[in-house]
Design a protein around this ligand. Structure first.
Ligand code: PEP
Length: 252
């Protein structure tokens, strides 16, 4: 069975103090209620990760960075390398979030470099893909996602590809309160699995976790997670409230 995963992307929210409180509340709940067999991941700002890892040690909660540099090291002021992320205790890194693509102009070639560096550093990439509203309205959404994957993850060999997690995040659903219907999420995620089978093989396609992201919350998570090709969620806004986030984690 594929690993079920709930990951919270805090984006540029929380002071360190607030982050310690939030991560502490999540970890406490996770220890007490252990929602069956899921990997629980939090992606706080870079500046918090080390402290939060220490504060929640032994809880089983895992950490992700929200981004990484596309170069290994050197004169790149303000950037954070995969090696630096590794030393914080994070074991995952989100790559290609739509906010990075649209607000910071990150292109597929850059994202591919980040994926390769992350894998070299033994970080698991949580790779985001998804179409814009106009692309869906024009009926191009499958093509758009296929191109995003062809240009990045599908350039990996099978051994490396098997180490990644995919997050399907329709851009029109991120932070908008407008969730994809469970059928829309299922349709795209089944299509992604088919693309993987065509590029690699059925077994690989069946083993890769594919998360849904986009205005997922406690009130809609259960019906989205019930879809056969949805293996969990990448949660933005709703991951900033421990109770809400943990209700989502219990929605399988
Ligand atoms: C995200 O940022 O990955 C996300 C899914 O955000 P939200 O849940 O707030 O739509």
């Amino acid at each position: 069975m594929r690993q079920r995963i709930v990951a919270g992307n805090w984006k540029m929210n929380t002071t360190l103090e607030e982050g310690l409180q939030l991560a502490g509340d999540v970890a406490k709940d996770y220890i007490k209620n252990r929602p069956g067999d899921i990997e629980l991941i939090m992606a706080p700002p870079f500046t918090h990760i080390s402290e939060l890892v220490k504060a929640t040690a032994g809880s089983g909660v895992k950490y992700a960075a929200q981004n990484c540099a596309s170069e290994k090291e050197g004169a790149y002021t303000g950037e954070v390398s995969v090696a630096m992320i590794r030393t914080t205790g994070a074991t995952y890194v989100i790559i290609g979030h739509s906010e990075r693509r649209t607000l910071f102009g990150e292109k597929d070639e850059t994202l591919f470099k980040k994926v390769r560096l992350a894998l070299e550093e033994s970080l698991v990439p949580i790779f985001c893909c998804g179409e814009l509203l106009e692309e869906r309205e024009a009926g191009n959404h499958f093509e758009v996602v296929k191109k995003q994957l062809d240009n990045t993850l599908f350039r990996l060999d099978e051994v490396d590809f098997r180490k990644v997690i995919i997050a399907y995040e329709p851009v029109w659903a991120i932070g908008t309160g407008k969730t994809a219907t469970p059928e829309q999420a299922q349709e795209m995620q089944a299509a992604i699995r088919k693309m993987i089978a065509e590029r690699y093989d059925e077994e690989t396609a069946n083993d890769i976790p594919i998360l849904y992201g986009g205005s997922c919350k406690a009130s809609n998570a259960a019906e989205i997670f019930a879809q056969p090709d949805v293996d969990g969620g990448l949660i933005g806004g709703a991951s900033l409230m421990a109770d809400e986030f943990m209700s989502i984690a219990r929605s399988f």
